[in-house]
Design a protein around this ligand. Structure first.
Ligand code: PLP
Length: 386
């Protein structure tokens, strides 16, 4: 494990690792296969699905940032989520939050319907409901904090403690913050995972995932499954994500500075009913966020006055923001969770999770803050026109 600070680890990932030519930046190894030195005399890598130097460098960099033992790089964030399911057998139970990312919700509910494991969906901030779920002796508890799209915060240390007491492992989706702002393994979690499609790559040109384990044996088991199923990330995507990683600490600083200002602006805007942002002192779990996060993060969501008609007018009038799924790229994106990222959740599940048709989610980019706010200001005025 590296003893360097995270801003250093992010920049230095793969630097000076090329022994042959002294390339400063880690080379990209596209070869699908590697020669053996002789019969039964393998090198470190033999076949790229199993292991690839570029992917390995990227996985190690994320493992170092997350303070874990093993990093497994997957082809998508959902592949990382699915990989965790390999730890579960038919009679095992997994507990997930009622307001997790729609794709994760879809995967868990559909696999449970097919009988691959037992599923309990709870509001993890409801201590009684969580305890009832833990009384069922689950094998795994999945946490997503801040949650997508409502930026709810749960106490990672507390849930880890209770889950471990119940004999469960804990896996945390850290996509919304990145290891620069939160390191769940240091708070007691066993596994942390990311959609690297988001902040880690940061340029909206890679779809990828990664998971990091605290324990070597669990990491090796998951790496074994990743190879077995064939969901390891490509060399090219690993190269791009490693490249993106180098600027993650500075990007996050700018995302954060801009998000703070956007949140304050929205809070005062008369077209807005409610803003969800963990940086507000009035956020129900602001103190937990303060304890476990470096800062609030670059994501926020809000309820607009005027329902779906106002949402439509807002989107039609924005010129800087792009209406698109995803988040964490340098560009500002806006989305409508109930018809986009969370469309795969049934209407009743959306309502239970608090996802209404008036809810809008923003991934605050790193453009000039004046331009971001000017665009939102004119879009919100247009949203309230009859
Ligand atoms: N986890 C969270 C919080 C997400 O927002 C997403 C995608 O939006 C995923 C996981 C899945 O990642 P991917 O789209 O890379 O498969």
């Amino acid at each position: 494990m590296s003893d360097k600070k995270n801003a250093t680890i992010a920049v230095r990932g793969g630097i000076n690792t090329d022994k042959h030519h002294g390339a400063v930046v880690a080379p990209i190894h596209l070869s699908s296969t590697y020669s053996l030195k002789g019969l039964n005399d393998k090198r470190q890598f033999d076949y790229s699905r199993t292991g690839n130097p570029t992917r390995s460098t990227f996985g190690q960099a994320i493992a170092d940032l997350e303070k874990g033992a093993v990093g497994v790089v997957t082809s998508t964030g959902m592949a990382a989520v699915h990989l965790i399911c390999q730890l579960l057998s038919v009679n095992d139970t997994i507990v997930i939050p009622h307001d997790c990312y729609g794709g994760s919700y879809r995967l868990f509910t559909h696999l449970a319907k097919r009988g691959q494991f037992k599923l309990i969906i709870v509001d993890q901030d409801d201590e009684q409901a969580l305890q009832q779920a833990l009384d069922q002796k689950p094998k795994l508890v999945l946490i997503e904090t801040p949650s997508n799209p409502l930026l709810r915060i749960v106490d990672i240390s507390k849930i880890c403690q209770k889950s471990h007491q119940a004999g469960a492992l804990v896996a945390v989706d850290n996509t919304f913050l990145s290891p620069i702002l939160q390191q769940p393994l240091t708070l007691g979690a066993d596994i942390v995972f990311h959609s690297t499609t988001k902040y880690i790559n940061g340029h909206s040109d890679v779809v990828g995932g990664v998971l990091v384990t605290k324990d070597v044996a669990i990491g090796e088991e998951l790496a074994w499954w990743a190879n077995c199923i064939g969901i390891t990330g490509s060399a090219f995507d690993s190269y791009l994500a490693l490249r993106g990683l180098k600027t993650l600490p500075v990007r996050i600083k700018q995302h954060q500075a801009n998000a703070d200002q956007v949140a304050a602006f929205l809070q005062e805007n008369t077209a807005i009913e409610k803003v969800y942002y963990p940086g507000f002192i009035t956020h129900p779990n602001h103190n937990v966020a303060k304890k476990q996060q470096e800062s609030a993060g670059g994501m926020l969501s809000f309820e607009i006055k005027g329902g779906i008609a106002a949402v439509e007018k807002l989107f039609a009038n924005l010129t800087l923001f792009t209406l698109a799924q995803s988040l964490g790229g340098v560009e500002s994106l806006i989305s409508h969770p109930s018809t986009m990222t969370h469309a795969s959740m049934e209407h009743s599940a959306q309502i239970e999770a608090g996802i209404t048709e008036s809810l809008v989610r923003i991934s605050v980019g790193i453009e000039d803050i004046d331009d971001i706010i000017a665009d939102l200001a004119q879009g919100l005025v247009a949203s309230q026109r009859q």
